[in-house]
Design a protein around this ligand. Structure first.
Ligand SMILES: NC(=O)c1ccc[n+]([C@@H]2O[C@H](COP(=O)([O-])OP(=O)(O)OC[C@H]3O[C@@H](n4cnc5c(N)ncnc54)[C@H](O)[C@@H]3O)[C@@H](O)[C@H]2O)c1
Ligand SMILES: [Fe+2]
Length: 383
């Protein structure tokens, strides 16, 4: 059996590590950046932490701040045009998954213009050249898009979100600095944190999981479950730990895939613009329970990593229930809603949502194969 692992060339961790951007740019002989971000981050003063450094060291840049949550094809296409006119030779992605994913799509299209319609990048596209160099700076502790080979774009016309998987898009440098995440409101910390937990759990039980990614995912589950509550409550160390935990999950799932939780969450983003982490968080315990007989001893490991006591003495079925309950409890404690109707899902859309989830790239990785009828029943159950 052969396994492939793709990771950043360089990753920096720790509060204040954003300062490393200056050396990284100089050492790589990069000349001018297109900084991809969104307006909320400009208003929140987060971007200034980077632009102050660039200004101080006279490193030129142009800002593209038109990214929106669940970024669309139009957002990518505009970014491509701005990159072309800006005379930039690299990208700095600052933000949550949305600016990170937008930067990846821009970087890929600039060097592979035959994919400029964006839609043709869905799934595993056979791009020929690596993306324009990307320096990725996450401001949420969730998606780990800074270390994944995936990006997710929304096709508004066809009401779908599609996942692109391409080793050519991996950012060369990632800077994981919790000070860039500190301004997240508690609800965003909660939603993005449960997204990271979902990556770790789906990555741990996905079909292609193997020993090395198992180690990463278990460690991520442990770090995330011990630190998410503190992070949401405003604890600095909690945010630092979440920054690391979500990255460790990304090192794993990017290389093995996810499962049905993500498959079902993506259509909710496309139909109703539900924040990605909230959609995952609501679906996760239900799909975990549905998958339970296809996970061997893995839920016992998950329960142990989540700190459930006395797990060794439990029967397999007790341990499995304990894992699902631990996930529910964590979501409850950080204030995640429990029903899809609470986030705007409409019952009459279930057939279309189920078809979109069945077609999603992530669904094939689920340990239990799902039919259209299974997914329909799950959406009804969670509605
Ligand atoms: N590439 C991948 O591997 C991958 C993995 C999972 C999810 N995704 C995608 O990422 C997107 C979701 O990303 P996300 O959950 O990180 O959120 P996001 O990037 O969509 O941001 C959500 C909101 O939070 C704000 N925000 C971000 N950081 C902030 C901060 N530090 N302070 C204050 N406000 C802040 C943003 O301005 C935005 O308004 C979805 O489109 C999802 O499908 C990608
Ligand atoms: Fe996710």
């Amino acid at each position: 059996m052969q396994h492939r692992m793709i990771l950043n060339e360089t990753a920096w961790f720790g509060p204040g590590s954003i300062a490393q951007i200056v050396n990284e740019v100089a050492q790589r002989n990069l000349k001018k950046a297109l900084l991809v971000t969104d307006k909320t981050l400009i208003k929140a003063g987060v971007i200034e932490k980077v632009t102050a450094l660039l200004d101080k060291h006279q490193l030129p840049y142009v800002i593209y701040d038109e990214v929106v949550p669940n970024p669309t094809i139009a957002v990518v296409k505009n970014g491509v045009e701005i990159f072309k006119t800006s005379q930039a030779d690299y990208l700095i992605a600052i933000g949550g998954g949305s600016p990170q994913d937008t930067a990846k799509a821009i970087g890929i299209i600039i060097n592979n213009p035959e994919f400029s319609d964006v839609r043709s990048l869905e799934g595993v596209a056979n791009t020929r050249y690596p993306s324009v160099p990307i320096i990725a700076i996450p401001t949420t502790a969730g998606t780990a898009a800074e270390v994944t080979i995936n990006y997710v774009i929304t096709d508004e016309e066809n009401r779908r979100k599609f996942v692109c998987v391409d080793p050519h898009d991996i950012p060369i440098v990632a800077i994981i600095d919790a000070e860039m995440m500190a301004s997240m409101p508690p609800s965003l910390k909660a939603a993005t944190g449960i997204d990271a937990l979902t990556h770790a759990i789906e990555g741990y039980i996905t079909k292609a999981a193997w020993e090395l990614t198992d180690a990463l995912h278990l460690k991520a589950i442990q770090i995330i479950s011990r630190s998410l509550r503190a992070s949401v409550a405003g604890d600095k160390k909690g945010v630092e730990d979440m920054a690391l935990g979500q990255y460790v999950a990304g090192m794993g799932f990017s290389n093995v895939g996810l499962g049905l939780v993500h498959g079902m969450a993506h259509p909710l983003g496309a139909f109703y613009n539900v924040p990605h982490g909230v959609a995952n968080a609501i679906i996760l315990p239900h799909v975990m329970a549905w998958n339970t007989d296809y996970t061997g001893e893995k839920y016992r490991d998950i329960a142990r990593a989540m700190g459930v006591s006395g797990i060794c003495g439990k029967t397999l079925s007790e341990a499995r229930i304990a894992a699902v309950e631990a996930v529910k409890k964590l979501s409850d404690d950080v204030g995640i809603p429990t029903r899809l109707r609470d986030v705007g899902m409409k019952e009459e859309d279930i057939p279309a949502l189920a078809q979109a989830a069945l077609d999603d790239v992530c669904t094939g990785g689920n340990p239990r194969d799902a039919t259209l009828a299974d997914i329909t029943a799950l959406y009804r159950q969670i509605y």
